[in-house]
Design a protein around this ligand. Structure first.
Ligand SMILES: [Zn+2]
Ligand SMILES: [Zn+2]
Length: 275
């Protein structure tokens, strides 16, 4: 009987240790069980706050060299004549309200996985890493990307409340800091939510964002050159709708900058038929 009466205290002790381990789990796990790359699962050997290995970070597909000078769409099949500007069909027709758009990479392969991590797991260090890459894109573009203020493409307030954050803001905020520009996350708002449907056709994409953004009353955008930041550019419809709202409120110009862009911009506008 004496032996059995000592058991509960041993159990209590072990439960206590287990409880302490659970409480300290973050620290313990990071010391004793190194994490794998969130894209390829390979063990991470260097210490970094970005949980993606160097190989995966280096493997993000870069946009084409030959691209539309306005919207940045790949134009691999076009050969410009001497001194001719490379401008895609949509931009020849002046489709977009933004002045220019550029992206860090092509939305494909490992970059899709990385953007999903940013979007669904609030991965701030990855947002900062993308911000550094976008700062390099701006440096490369030179004076044509000079801006006065950085603005993230907003989510509808219900969506942001649900998710707890805006993934575009995870990139635009550190980018603004790096550029030494003010970051205005509440300047623009989405007044109409995105339709619930998972996949939108091109027409639905343009229709879903047309008139869906507005500047907040009292926002100061007059004569400002706005750098608009988003995670992905698919058709350009979202950047276009945001740019229209900003220009209507007196912004001087709007530049679009996204982490990734769709490999092929399907069709520039719903009006352009099956081009
Ligand atoms: Zn990896
Ligand atoms: Zn273009």
């Amino acid at each position: 009987m004496g032996q059995s009466s000592s058991l509960p205290s041993a159990r209590t002790w072990s439960r206590g240790v287990r409880g302490w381990l659970a409480g300290a789990s973050d620290a313990v796990v990071s010391v004793f069980f190194p994490a794998g790359c969130r894209i390829c699962d390979k063990l991470l050997v260097r210490s970094s706050r970005v949980p993606i290995c160097e190989e995966c970070l280096d493997s993000f597909p870069a946009p084409a060299e030959k691209k539309c000078e306005v919207c940045g769409q790949a134009l691999g099949w076009l050969t410009p004549r001497e001194g001719e500007q490379l401008v895609c069909r949509a931009c020849q027709q002046k489709t977009y309200a933004f002045e220019r758009a550029r992206s860090y990479g092509i939305y494909d392969g490992p970059l899709v996985k990385a953007i999903l991590l940013l979007k669904w797991e609030r991965m701030d260090p990855l947002g900062a890493w993308f911000a550094d890459r976008l700062a390099e894109v701006i440096l490369h573009e030179g004076d044509s990307f000079a801006a006065d203020v950085v603005v993230p493409v907003p989510l509808h307030r219900d969506r942001e409340r649900q998710r707890g954050y805006n993934q575009a803001g995870l990139v635009s905020k550190p980018l603004a800091r790096k550029l030494g520009l003010p970051h205005k996350s509440v300047l623009l708002m989405r007044t109409r939510p995105r339709p619930d449907k998972q996949v939108l056709s091109l027409e639905e994409r343009w229709a879903s964002v047309r008139g869906a953004f507005a500047t907040r009353p009292g926002s100061q955008v007059d004569r400002k050159r706005v750098l608009l930041v988003d995670d992905v550019l698919t058709t350009g419809a979202t950047l276009d709708a945001c740019a229209r709202a900003l220009l209507n409120s007196g912004a001087k110009s709007v530049l679009g900058l996204t982490v990734a862009r769709a490999a092929r911009n399907p069709l520039p506008t719903p009006d352009s038929g099956n081009l």
